[in-house]
Design a protein around this ligand. Structure first.
Ligand code: IVH
Length: 709
């Protein structure tokens, strides 16, 4: 063995070459990081692609490999963290260093005028200006940077305490992980995480295809994304961060004020400009205004133009520009006196109703839809809007030919909110609700006490048959993912599948060569041998899907995922469920009398009994798995204290649920407790104790996320 002598230390030669390898790796990691950071910055901030996707992926993979080989060299802010990968069990609650205040807001321009004149009066002769900027409609977060590195990202929470979402924030491409140029050594960047419209639409479409409920609006989707426990999932969502505020430690501590000599940082406008240089995405739509008329102009401009932005805004924020004046103006109970938000009113237009059509869903429910003269509203052309049900039409007193008032608020979906009676044609007739199903002609039924009509012809009404099949194969039900809507419709139209049980009779020879067509009649795809094999094997695999999901897959009205699970746990098997009385059904948590009656009737219908017996014959799971129903080992070794009231479970159910996933339930909090699972109205003593001992407190939603992963 050779030795290399360094001053007084003797190092074995192979160790020396190891040092060299580490040194090389460290240099290469630094090179790759700088290169990828630059490419990312140009791509996300300046819309410029400096390399091919192929080359970019190659560099990223090289960096990932090196980090895997030398984990101690991997920085928490490496660009590889953009793709996520960290899966946490819960979010740590973090106290904000500086409280995240909210803003006083108003819909009235007069109140903005009052704000402006009050501010002017309070500041007397001091020269000052305002900044006007967009009020982003997303989720507020605070990012702490130290020595130019992102160290923590926290949601606003209640303003005093928020969730630590650092791993998820790192996946947001427009959040810089390392700053460029010069920057304060310690500061917080605040802003809003938004879900751009186009990404949101694509994401919701995918959710629907997966059988998941679409999100109601981009804000909810952004908020849900930041609360995902798997940062890899968050990375897929293409969120954006719009920075709107820089908070320096000296802002809250006059004793440190002399430490901020940089004149650029003495105005809000200058701070945002400086932030842009550091690599933040700061929207260019910010204007320095000197008086109320300039402020009004800005507001009016964006009230019209807002729909042309790629993301949602819900107003304009006006701030006093000079940071030194903020202290002088002070705070009210929860918001600063140096800023105010003007909120836009929902946009409304009126447009003539051209016709009313009626759509039939999978459970036979009929939904009336207004077809209107296309009208431009809030950035899109609106042609159709739901008329909800017969009661809605009656309440609004909608007549044929009426001009409907359509509104679009922060939401994407336009709503009919009234009728412009001044334009009603004399002698026009009220919209008549149909009496027969537009798809199969059956006479519609309206059950007593229910607002909606439905088509009872479940066996021969095509949208109901296809809808049931779609629901049955969807991800949360039987998860037969090789059968999409198009293929199901094809199987139905070719007479191969009518009931969900027919799926289990399908043979591969029947599938091979089946063709789908597009709207123009052009042949699109035909099922090949491999495709047929995939379909058959996915159907076969679905025979192992647990009873609770099968129960959900049957598509009984009002029986959702949660209800199906509760019924399965309560009755244990299908025979017990079929024998259950109305009272017994209604006694199950969350199953009201109405749902109990629907389930009772469903199970007494000979057609359903025949379906169930066919499915039993194919070997599907009609019994809760009796290995004590161990559903996963997700919570292995973790102990929980459960307190309060929960929305999805009774207290006993949530305890059973924890055990079914391998966790342990204990009654008293100690330093060894892993989580306090907190429902509503939780006892304050438990809360205090958990806080004192540093036991993480998680909500029911956070618990569900833990299980999901
Ligand atoms: S400034 C102390 N600027 O609006 C001032 N807030 O109640 C801090 N928001 O949820 C806020 N766009 O997240 C500011 N350009 C903007 C904003 C903005 C959206 C949100 C903020 C908070 C709410 C204010």
């Amino acid at each position: 063995m050779y030795f290399c002598i360094f001053s007084a230390t003797i190092i074995p030669m192979d160790l020396f070459s190891n040092f060299e390898a580490i040194d090389n790796a460290s240099k290469r990691i630094a090179e790759l990081t700088a290169l990828i950071d630059r490419y990312n910055h140009e791509y996300y901030m300046n819309d410029q692609s400096l390399v091919s996707d192929f080359e970019f992926d190659r560099l990223l993979r090289e960096l990932q490999d090196l980090e895997r080989q030398y984990p101690h060299l991997a920085s928490p802010n490496s660009p590889t963290k953009r793709v996520g990968g960290e899966v946490s069990k819960a979010f740590r609650q973090v106290k904000h260093r500086f409280p995240m205040l909210s803003l006083g807001n108003t819909y009235s321009i007069e109140e903005i005028e009052e704000f402006e004149s009050r501010t002017r009066k309070l500041l007397g002769d001091t020269p000052f200006s305002y900044t006007c900027e967009l009020k982003y409609d997303g989720v507020a977060i605070g990012l702490t940077y130290r020595h130019g590195e992102l160290v923590q990202a926290v949601t606003r929470g209640n303003g005093a305490v928020g969730d630590d979402i650092t791993a998820n924030a790192r996946t947001v491409a427009t959040i810089p992980l390392r700053l460029r140029g010069s920057f304060p050594d310690d500061f917080e960047a605040r802003g809003e995480v938004v879900f751009p419209f186009n990404e949101f639409e694509a994401f919701n479409r995918q959710r629907e295809a997966d059988g998941d409920e679409p999100f109601a609006n981009p804000r909810n989707a952004a908020s849900g994304s930041l609360k995902l426990l798997d940062s890899g999932e968050c990375a897929k969502r293409k969120l954006q961060f719009c920075m709107y505020f820089m908070m320096l430690p000296e802002d809250n501590n006059p004793a440190l004020a002399h430490h901020a000599p940089d004149p650029q940082l003495s105005t809000h406008f200058g701070r945002l400009e400086a932030a842009r240089q550091m690599g933040f995405k700061v929207q260019p739509y910010i204007k320095e205004c000197n008086n109320i008329s300039e402020i009004r102009q800005f507001i009016d401009y964006w009230d019209n133009e807002r729909w042309n932005l790629p993301f949602g805004i819900d107003g304009i924020v006006i701030k006093v520009n000079q940071v030194a004046l903020w202290d002088r103006l002070g705070l009210t109970a929860k918001s600063p006196r140096w800023a105010i938000a003007y909120k836009f009113k929902a946009q409304q237009v009126s447009t003539p109703l051209e016709s009313v059509s009626f759509q039939v869903g999978r459970t036979g429910i009929v939904t009336p839809v207004a077809n209107m003269k296309p009208v431009w509203l809030g950035g899109t052309t609106v042609r159709r809007a739901t008329l909800v049900n017969a009661d809605f039409i009656e309440k609004m007193d909608i007549h044929y030919g009426d001009w409907l008032l359509v509104e679009k608020g922060g939401e994407i979906i336009p709503k009919v909110v009234g009728v412009d009676l001044s334009k009603r044609q004399p002698g026009s007739q009220p919209v008549a609700y149909i009496t027969n199903c537009p798809e199969c002609g059956a006479r519609l039924v309206r059950a007593e006490g229910e607002a909606g009509h439905y088509c009872p012809n479940q066996d021969n009404c095509p949208p109901q048959i296809i809808g049931r099949l779609e629901h049955f194969v969807s991800r949360k039900a039987m998860n037969i993912d090789s059968l999409g809507s198009e293929r199901l419709e094809l199987l139905y139209r070719r007479g191969l599948v009518h009931s969900v049980a027919d799926l289990y009779d399908l043979r591969r020879e029947q599938l091979i060569g089946l063709e789908t067509y597009d709207e123009t009649g052009q042949r699109k795809t035909s099922i090949q041998e491999k495709g047929a094999d995939n379909i058959i094997s996915a159907i076969e695999k679905s025979k192992d899907v647990p009873f609770e999901r099968l129960l959900f897959a049957l598509g009984i009205r009002f029986v959702g995922e949660v209800g199906a699970r509760k019924l399965a746990l309560h009755f244990n098997n299908m025979d017990n469920l079929m024998r259950a009385s109305l009272d017994e059904l209604a006694s199950v948590d969350d199953v009201g009398e109405k749902t109990a009656a629907v389930i009772y009737d469903y199970l007494r219908d000979p057609r359903h009994q025949q379906l169930i017996s066919r499915l039993q014959g194919y070997g599907l799971q009609f019994q809760v798995n009796s290995d004590n129903y161990q559903m996963s080992n997700e919570l292995d070794g973790k102990s929980f204290v459960v307190s309060g009231v929960f929305s999805r479970f009774s207290r006993d159910e949530i305890k059973a649920h924890i055990q079914q996933h391998g966790g342990k339930v204990v009654s008293a909090i100690s330093g060894k407790t892993d989580y306090l699972l907190a429902g509503e109205k939780m006892g304050p003593e438990k809360l205090k104790k958990a806080e004192k001992l540093g036991v993480p407190i998680i909500s029911e939603d956070q618990y569900m996320e833990m299980i999901k992963s």
